[in-house]
Ligand binder design. Structure first.
Ligand SMILES: Cc1cc2nc3c(=O)[nH]c(=O)nc-3n(C[C@H](O)[C@H](O)[C@H](O)COP(=O)(O)OP(=O)(O)OC[C@H]3O[C@@H](n4cnc5c(N)ncnc54)[C@H](O)[C@@H]3O)c2cc1C
Length: 428
C-alpha cells in the first residue's frame, strides 16, 4: 500500500491526479491538497478581464469529481512541507503523511518585490480569476473615461504570452467599445525583444509580434525594469546590454496590467536541497528531487534555468504541453517505483502555445522547448482564436469528467495537421 500526496490542484496537479490514479492499486491512496476545491482555467483569465467570460464559465468544483474517482481532496491548503518527515502540514494544523509527494503549486506572485505593483497596489493582474474580475471593473472605468494604458510583464516574470494576449484582447475590446482611438497603449517587458517569450523566440515570433503590435498601434519598451508604480504613473528603467541604464521612463496610465515576478510558494520556500534560492523545486530529468527522491514536481513551481543571459532577468515559461509531459513522466516513474522498477521516464518538455489576440492569434510549437529544436514553428491567423475557444471547452470538459489524459499531445498533433493543411513550413 502506498500513500501519494499531490500538493496543488491547478493545471498540473489536476491532470497528474487523474493520470496517476489510473495506475494505482486498490490499496494505494491519493490525497490532493489545494487552497479551496475550485479548479480555475487560468488561460481564460484575459477574457474574464474584458468581460468575455464569467467566473462560472471557467471554474470546476473538484470535490464531487475527485470523490467519484476515489481521490481525497483536502481544501485547507498546505502551510509547510516537511520532507525530512515525509509529511505536509496543512493550514488548519492537521497533517498528511506520504510515501510519494508531487508538488504542483504554481507560482507565488511576488507583487511585493516592486513598490506599488499588483491588485493591492496600482496595477491589475490576470494571473488569478479574482484578479481578472477586479481588472474588469477597471476596464469598465477605462471605457467610460478613456486614457493611456500600460501593459506588460515585470522583471523576473516567467510567463509572457498572457501579457501579449491581454494587450491584444484589450485592443479588440476597446475597438468594439469604439474608444480605442482615445487609448494610447504601451507594452513594457524585460524581454530583450518582443516575441522572445522567455524562449529566445520560436519560429519567427520576433517578426510576427513586432508586426502585430505595430499594426495595432501599440508601442513597446524592451529590456525594461519596473522600479515603482504610483497611482496613475509607472517608473521604469530601460537598460543597455551591459545592464547600465539607457533611459528612465515615467509612464502615465489610466489603467495598467503587469504580470509580476514569480517565486516559489511559502509552503516550500527556503527548504535546503528541495528548492533553489527563488523557491522553485529542484528536479532532475525524471522530475525527481535529488535530495528527497520520493518528492517529484511539475508545472510552474519547477526550477528551470533561464534561456541564456539577458540584460534583465527573463524566466522560462512552463506551458500546458510541457506540464502534461511532466505529468506523464511522473506517472510512469511513480508507477515504476511502486512496482519495484527504476524511475527512468523523462518528460519531453515540448511547448505548444495558442496566444489569442481577441479576434486572431499566434500559435507556436517548440519541440523541445529549449533550443536547439526539432520543430520550431509559428503561425498567425483567425484560426488560432477559434482553436483557443475549442481548447478551453475541451479542457474544461475533461476536468469535469475526471480524465485529462494526453490532452496537449492530441492538440499538438491536430495543430501540426492544420499547419500541413495551411501548407506552412515546419522546419526540421
Ligand atoms: C494568465 C495566464 C494565461 C496562461 N495561458 C496559457 C495558455 O494559453 N497556454 C498554456 O499552455 N499555458 C498558459 N499559461 C501558463 C500555464 O499553463 C498556467 O499558468 C498553468 O495554470 C500552470 O499550471 P500549474 O499547475 O503549474 O499552476 P496553477 O495552475 O497555478 O496551479 C497551482 C495550484 O496550487 C495551489 N496552491 C498553491 N499554493 C498552495 C498551498 N500552499 N497549498 C495548497 N495548494 C496550493 C493553487 O491554489 C493552485 O490551485 C498561462 C498562465 C497565465 C498566468
Amino acid at each position: 500500500m502506498a500513500r501519494i500526496a499531490i500538493l496543488g490542484a491547478g493545471l498540473g496537479g489536476t491532470i497528474l491526479a487523474y493520470e496517476l490514479k489510473d495506475k494505482l492499486g486498490k490499496n494505494d491512496t491519493m490525497t490532493v491538497i489545494n487552497k479551496g476545491s475550485i479548479y480555475s482555467f487560468v488561460p481564460s483569465n484575459p477574457w474574464v478581464a474584458v468581460g468575455w467570460r464569467e467566473r462560472k464559465d471557467i471554474t470546476v468544483d473538484l470535490k464531487p469529481v475527485m470523490a467519484k474517482r476515489g481521490i481525497v481532496l483536502k481544501d485547507q491548503g498546505a502551510k509547510r512541507v516537511h520532507p525530512d518527515k515525509n509529511q505536509v502540514e496543512l493550514n488548519d494544523g492537521s497533517t498528511v503523511d506520504y510515501d510519494y509527494l508531487v508538488i504542483a503549486t504554481g507560482p507565488d506572485l511576488a507583487f511585493d518585490e516592486i513598490p506599488g505593483l499588483g491588485p493591492h497596489g496600482n496595477t491589475d493582474s490576470v494571473c488569478e480569476v479574482d484578479h481578472a474580475l477586479s481588472s474588469k471593473v477597471n476596464f469598465d472605468r477605462l471605457v467610460a473615461k478613456p486614457g493611456p494604458v500600460v501593459v506588460g510583464a515585470a522583471q523576473g516574470a516567467s510567463c509572457f504570452g498572457p501579457a501579449y494576449e491581454y494587450v491584444l484582447t484589450l485592443d479588440t475590446a476597446l475597438r468594439r467599445a469604439k474608444v480605442r482611438d482615445q487609448v494610447p497603449m504601451t507594452f513594457i517587458t524585460p524581454e530583450p525583444y518582443v516575441g522572445h517569450l522567455g524562449l529566445d523566440g520560436v519560429g519567427d515570433t520576433k517578426g510576427m509580434v513586432e508586426s502585430v503590435l505595430r499594426d495595432h498601434h501599440i508601442k513597446w519598451i524592451t529590456n525594461a525594469r519596473i522600479t515603482k508604480v504610483e497611482p496613475g504613473k509607472m517608473f521604469a528603467e530601460e537598460v543597455n546590454d551591459d545592464g547600465t541604464v539607457k533611459m528612465a521612463h515615467e509612464l502615465p496610465f489610466a489603467m495598467s496590467m503587469i504580470l509580476p515576478p514569480f517565486r516559489g510558494v511559502p509552503a516550500v520556500f527556503g527548504l535546503e536541497g528541495l528548492t533553489n534560492p527563488r523557491g522553485f523545486i529542484i528536479v532532475d530529468k525524471h522530475q525527481r528531487n535529488p535530495k528527497y527522491p520520493n518528492v517529484f514536481a511539475l508545472g510552474v513551481c519547477v526550477a528551470i534555468p533561464p534561456m541564456g543571459k539577458t540584460p534583465v532577468p527573463v524566466g522560462v515559461p512552463k506551458t500546458g504541453f510541457m506540464i502534461e509531459s511532466m505529468s506523464t513522466a511522473i506517472t510512469a516513474n511513480i508507477d515504476a517505483l511502486l512496482k519495484g522498477r527504476e524511475a527512468n521516464a523523462v518528460a519531453t518538455w515540448n511547448a505548444i502555445c495558442l496566444a489569442d489576440f481577441g479576434d486572431s492569434g499566434l500559435a507556436f510549437i517548440a519541440q523541445p522547448q529549449i533550443p536547439p529544436r526539432n520543430v520550431n514553428w509559428s503561425s498567425e491567423g483567425k484560426w488560432v482564436h477559434l482553436a483557443k475557444i475549442g481548447f478551453e471547452k475541451y479542457f474544461l470538459h475533461k476536468i469535469r469528467r475526471g480524465h485529462a489524459e494526453t490532452f496537449y499531445e492530441n492538440l499538438s498533433l491536430k495543430m501540426l495537421g492544420i499547419a500541413k493543411l495551411k501548407q506552412t513550413s515546419i522546419q526540421p
